[in-house]
Design a protein around this ligand. Structure first.
Ligand code: CP
Length: 308
């Protein structure tokens, strides 16, 4: 494959399996680069990238910025909280103003599902979705798949359980699309109120009992309870959620096999994961974060190469 089938990364849904394989293979090369004493390559020396974040972020924002700098791109960062968006400027006007300063690519996180798709239709730049509301978080799914492959090899036939607040999660949907395209079997597990209606139509298994999900899977990708997106109560209390769905070391020790535990972060320690799991050898949470830089380097490098 010589180039990606798209000039934007809006969601995993739009990628082909070949695109995903191409990104993951390219990321392997960049992982080697970022572990060298000199971690920089000149690949995007002539490219300027704007990171525009309308929602809070630690990992994704810093990871994109590091990826861009490791590729020698020029970088500008925009945060809505101290911008002229507060004075009523529209999204398209804001981005067109940024682009008129000779910016080539936009990485955007936004609370509205579909915001990056809208932008891609209305401005002239490569758009990378860094998370749009409850919809998709494609680079998270790519770095998750990369991290799973590092641990388990080819994902064909591997069993991945996504556990927790599936209803409010953009990580869940992107993971489901990505893992299925790579041939894995996917299960979602959580309280019935936190599972989207008809989710089984996506071809996933549905399980309400977290112990059964752990017994089934090779990898448990555990998601945060997203209280900031919950306008009503979906379960009686965090204590009760933790009691029924929280994963602790004893539960892993009761399994007759070793499983890999993942979490996209930020973790609510003591809610979905006990510290004795989050900090254990089962967990590859910090490896996921490390891999995020290499995967985002691959995404930016390959998108920049796509001919319009
Ligand atoms: N995983 C993730 O998206 O984390 P941030 O919200 O900190 O970027």
């Amino acid at each position: 494959m010589s180039q990606l089938s798209t000039r934007h990364l809006l969601g995993i849904k739009d990628l082909t399996e070949a695109d995903i394989q191409f990104i993951l293979e390219t990321a392997e090369n960049f992982k080697e680069v970022i572990n060298r004493p000199i971690k920089k390559v000149p690949s995007l020396r002539d490219i300027t990238i704007a990171n525009i974040f309308f929602e809070n972020s630690t990992r994704t924002r810093l990871s994109f910025e590091l990826a861009e700098k490791r590729l020698s791109a020029d970088v500008v960062n925009f945060s809505s909280s101290n911008s002229s968006v507060k004075k009523g400027e529209t999204l398209v006007d804001t981005v067109n103003n940024i682009l008129s300063m000779k910016v080539d690519m936009v990485v955007m996180r936004h609370s509205s599902p579909g915001a990056p798709h809208f932008l891609a239709r209305n401005v002239k730049a490569n758009i990378v979705n860094a998370g749009d509301g409850t919809h998709e978080h494609p680079t998270q799914a790519l770095l998750d798949a990369f991290s799973m492959r590092e641990k388990l090899g080819d994902l064909q036939g591997k069993k991945i359980a996504i556990i927790g607040d599936i209803l409010h999660s953009r990580v869940a949907l992107s993971n489901i699309f990505c893992l299925q395209k790579l041939g894995a079997e996917v299960m979602v597990c959580g309280p019935i109120t936190l599972l989207p209606k008809h989710i089984e139509r996506l071809g996933v298994k549905v399980e309400l009992d977290v112990r059964k999900a752990l017994a089934w899977c090779d990898v448990a990708n555990v998601l945060r309870i997203q209280l900031e997106r919950q306008q009503i109560k979906y379960f009686p209390s965090l204590r009760e959620y933790s009691l029924y769905y929280g994963i602790n070391k004893k539960m892993l020790e009761e399994l007759d096999k070793e499983i890999v535990v993942m979490h996209p972060g930020p973790i609510n320690r003591g809610v979905e994961l006990a510290s004795d799991v989050a900090d254990s050898d089962h967990a590859i949470i910090l490896q996921q974060v490390e891999n995020g830089v290499a995967v985002r380097m691959a995404v930016l490098y390959l998108l920049a190469a796509v001919k319009a």
